[in-house]
Design a protein around this ligand. Structure first.
Ligand SMILES: [Zn+2]
Length: 232
């Protein structure tokens, strides 16, 4: 299964399909069923051939495709509520757990070629959610739950990830985005701190001493598109 996203877990990567989570406007990576299918193919949930078959089916069953997309977004929000609570060391909301249990019950699976597959006959458009539900169930029952983190980047990011660093000190969802922005802010604060003791004070044209410390606004870290850095 291909993994080019940052969370280290299929279900958490699925939760991270909105960017950022805690601010608006936010970029919705799954605006419709075809986008969900693209994500599933990219994540290795379906093969390219399965994705093509489902895309064709969705074109002829648009109402079912719209329902599958609505279910996907509702599942994603339930999973966020569960894992964000886990990351904070709190009990997950009962309603979100209930939704997850309903999904588990709706999606029987069997082992085919040493991999989990939907039980025979499951060719529904929302079948792409099965592996996400199973990934969630496995993470919740087998862990490592103590390694689930929520990224604090810019106080808005909210992406979830599994911290697999040896000492459990990973803070950011991705060093290329949130990590770099935090580094740029630290550098800026150090620079401003160093300028508290200027060598000389500039004199402006009317003869008054200018204030070298006044900054109109903090320089912004160059925003790097997360879509560009973490998407294929
Ligand atoms: Zn982040």
């Amino acid at each position: 299964m291909k993994r080019s996203d940052v969370a280290g877990s299929l279900c958490l990567d699925f939760v991270n399909t909105v960017d950022p989570r805690h601010a608006s406007p936010r970029e919705e990576h799954l605006p419709d069923y075809p986008a969900l299918l693209d994500w599933a193919r990219h994540a290795g949930v379906v093969t390219p051939a399965e994705a093509s078959r489902l895309a064709a089916a969705a074109r002829s069953r648009q109402a079912a495709a719209a329902r599958a997309h609505e279910d996907a977004i509702a599942l994603r929000e339930a999973l966020y509520a569960i894992f964000a609570a886990v990351a904070r060391g709190e009990a997950p909301p009962a309603g979100s757990l209930r939704r997850l249990n309903d999904e588990v019950a709706r999606r029987p699976r069997e082992i085919v070629g040493f991999a989990w597959k939907p039980a025979a006959g499951d060719d529904a458009l929302d079948g792409v959610l099965g592996p996400i539900v199973w990934s969630t169930a496995e993470l919740l029952t087998s862990g490592p739950l103590e390694r689930v983190r929520e990224c604090p980047g810019d106080d808005t990011c909210g992406w979830l990830f599994l911290d697999t660093s040896r000492n459990g000190s990973r803070r950011w969802c991705d060093m290329r985005t949130c990590g770099n922005r935090a580094k740029a802010r630290r550098f800026y604060r150090r620079s401003v701190g160093a300028s508290q003791f200027p060598v000389c004070r500039p004199v402006i044209s009317d003869g008054r001493a200018g204030n070298p410390h006044v900054l109109k606004s903090a320089p912004q870290a160059v925003p790097q598109s997360r879509a560009a850095s973490t998407r294929p």
